[in-house]
Design a protein around this ligand. Structure first.
Ligand SMILES: NC(=O)c1ccc[n+]([C@@H]2O[C@H](COP(=O)([O-])OP(=O)(O)OC[C@H]3O[C@@H](n4cnc5c(N)ncnc54)[C@H](OP(=O)(O)O)[C@@H]3O)[C@@H](O)[C@H]2O)c1
Length: 295
């Protein structure tokens, strides 16, 4: 479904990472963008205005504010996010997504992209994946023309806290056993791929696509950082206990440790967006700056 150039494309989460990358991609293609924000006075919202984005103030608990913000838009991007790490805060994510889907129905938006998470549909047992699956199900039942984008782990997670440089050696420490491949995606590419679906210039077979640009074990991730800096590098697998009582994060890292966890078809993703970054490309873009060495 092609979105006409005159039509506005609405974006939820535009002041955040994923929504921000969607805005970047849409503006670079000359699209008109409306950001649905809870605080139009925030620095990030005002920065969007300076780039030509219009703002619509919304309150996720006020359905009228949502459907008014979505009036006469040609397409809508949204992601959802847990309010925190407790299980009830994770469940709030589903309420957020359901409220947005209901508003899309009420405003009769013709084309919707929801960024969920890789594996949401595979009974992962990870609370903040299951909460997204409930949103996907609500969207599927709505009968809307929708595309599910399912991103894997963000390369941008390594921006901070990323690897350290200890005694001239790059060290990546993560609660994942070494030797287990994990798929990675640059947030930039979530935006670029979602923009293609929003504009109607690409389609996802079956209406859903899991997206990744690279797949590496812990040692291979560390090696990419080492090659980038010209320093030796090593990976140190940490026990799950470093996650403390965060049952949600523990469930996710347990899921990561039992491959195949994420299952994007990277070649298929590159057929949609040939410029999709692998980890070295993300590093070359300046995604990570080496911290001041500890010694
Ligand atoms: N990190 C990963 O590896 C990874 C991988 C796959 C999926 N994910 C998923 O990605 C999601 C986070 O996405 P992100 O990184 O783009 O998040 P983010 O950078 O934290 O941005 C969150 C955005 O949502 C907005 N927002 C949150 N609650 C809102 C509310 N009640 N009303 C209006 N706006 C609200 C925020 O607005 P304000 O500026 O007003 O706060 C902000 O724009 C999580 O669900 C996570 O599970 C993460």
């Amino acid at each position: 479904m092609d979105t006409q150039p005159s039509q506005v494309i609405a974006v939820f989460g535009a002041t955040g990472k994923q929504g921000g990358s969607v805005v970047d991609a849409l503006l670079s293609r000359g699209a008109r963008v409306r950001a649905l924000v809870r605080d139009p006075g925030s620095d990030r919202a005002r920065a969007l205005v300076r780039r030509g984005v219009e703002l619509a103030r919304i309150d996720i608990g006020d359905p009228v504010s949502l459907s008014v913000a979505l009036q006469r838009v040609g397409a809508f991007f949204f992601m959802t996010t847990p309010e925190g790490h407790t299980l009830s805060e994770v469940e709030a994510e589903t309420r957020q997504g359901v409220a947005l889907v209901d508003a899309v129905v009420s405003a009769a938006v013709p084309n919707v992209v929801f960024s969920s998470v890789g594996g949401a549909e595979r009974d992962s047992g990870v609370p903040h994946f299951e909460s997204k699956r409930r949103v996907e199900e609500h969207l599927e039942k709505s009968g809307l023309h929708a595309t599910l984008v399912r991103p894997v782990a963000f390369m941008d997670n390594f921006a901070s806290p990323g690897p350290t440089v200890d005694n001239g050696e790059v060290v990546l420490r993560w609660p994942l056993p070494d030797g287990v491949p994990l798929q990675l995606v640059a947030v930039r590419d979530i935006g670029r791929i979602s923009a293609l679906f929003l504009l109607g210039t690409a389609r996802a077979p079956g209406g859903a696509v899991e997206i990744a640009g690279d797949e590496r074990t812990g040692s291979q991730i560390a090696a990419a950082f080492g090659e980038h800096t010209g320093l030796p590098a090593r990976y140190e697998a940490l026990p799950l206990d470093v996650l403390g009582d965060d049952t949600d994060a523990r469930a996710m890292f347990r899921w990561f440790a039992q491959p195949p966890a994420y299952q994007a078809d990277i070649n298929a993703v590159k057929r949609i967006e040939p410029g999709t970054w692998d980890l070295p490309a993300w590093l070359r873009s300046g995604g990570w700056a080496p911290p001041t060495p500890t010694r």
